[in-house]
Design a protein around this ligand. Structure first.
Ligand SMILES: Nc1ncnc2c1ncn2[C@@H]1O[C@H](COP(=O)(O)OP(=O)(O)O)[C@@H](O)[C@H]1O
Ligand SMILES: [Mg+2]
Length: 273
């Protein structure tokens, strides 16, 4: 069983991920922003001592950037040969038998996603003027995607989904989220209040999108720098939540939540700190 000391909880997922990787299956991690996708995969690959090429998806990412490209000045001197081709992350990972870690794959243009198809199941791609590139044993793709962004990005094709095993990450428990925020220094009561506030935004009737533990980390860091708790919340929260309509104002929702959640100051718990 793989144990990763930097990761709070996620034991089942770590076990599932390591086993899936051990048989060379490609993995797609799905879950909301800030749920820990990037963190978990980076920690796991480091722990397993698997070398990886990481790329971050964006809509202007090109096919050549993924595979590699011919260097124009070199091509003028030597022509189109293996020596004048600069390997991109896909070719590098294939040749070395490493992991290709694609963060936010669904932000990639469809043409870029399509290049992955033969690489993922035939472990081979054919590039213009270069020819075939075969993957060494160990080559595998791990990708993440954020389901809330589907409308704004390129949903993965059926063909691409067919090449992935899927692991879903959901928000962690209150106790685990408190443990995640704890190392960021701060009073226990502030950490608990920050985590409770963040959690309350996730199924709030006036909010379309709630905040992740990342917001709680930000609040506690701001408070540790000397900013007052409520002010820190109003700095950290509005950019991380989305109201269901423009009639609603994020700041007043946060203020109301603080009133309802936060225990009045100077309770026994606070005096201890
Ligand atoms: N299980 C965990 N253990 C420790 N820290 C975590 C855990 N999950 C999330 N975090 C913290 O939350 C932050 C946000 O996670 P991240 O992986 O960036 O989210 P995502 O990629 O899903 O948007 C990380 O930088 C890390 O500090
Ligand atoms: Mg991420």
């Amino acid at each position: 069983v793989t144990v990763i000391s930097s990761v709070i909880g996620r034991k089942i997922q770590i076990d599932q991920l390591s086993k899936t990787l051990s048989v060379g299956r490609n993995i797609l991690i799905e879950g909301p922003v800030g749920v820990g996708k990037t963190f978990l995969i980076s920690a796991l690959l480091e722990n397993l001592k698997r070398k990886f090429e990481r790329i971050d998806g964006d809509s202007r990412y090109s096919e050549a950037k993924l595979t590699g490209w011919f260097d124009p000045p070199l091509v003028l001197k030597k022509g189109y040969t293996k020596d004048t081709f600069i390997d991109g992350p896909l070719v590098t990972a294939m040749r070395a038998g490493n992991v290709l870690f694609i963060n936010e794959l669904n932000r990639m243009p469809e043409a870029v996603q399509n290049i992955l198809l033969p690489a993922m199941d035939e472990k081979r791609i054919t590039l213009p003027k270069l020819g075939g590139v075969s993957a060494k044993k160990g080559f595998v793709v791990i990708a993440t995607q954020n389901p809330r962004e589907f409308t704004a990005t390129h949903a993965l094709s059926e063909a691409l989904l067919d090449r992935f095993e899927m692991i879903r990450l959901d928000y962690q428990t209150r106790a685990e989220e408190i443990d995640i925020v704890r190392p960021k220094v701060g009073k226990t009561s502030d950490i608990e209040r920050a985590v409770d506030l963040v959690r309350a935004t996730r199924n709030h009737p006036l909010l379309k999108r709630g905040a992740s533990v990342r917001a709680a980390i930000a609040i506690v860091e701001l408070v540790s720098a000397g900013i007052e708790f409520e002010v820190a919340c109003l700095m950290a929260m509005p950019s991380r939540i989305e109201t269901i309509s423009s009639e609603e104002d994020a700041e007043s929702i946060i203020t109301a939540l603080l009133r309802s959640l936060v225990p009045p100051p100077a309770k026994k718990k606070d005096l201890k700190n």
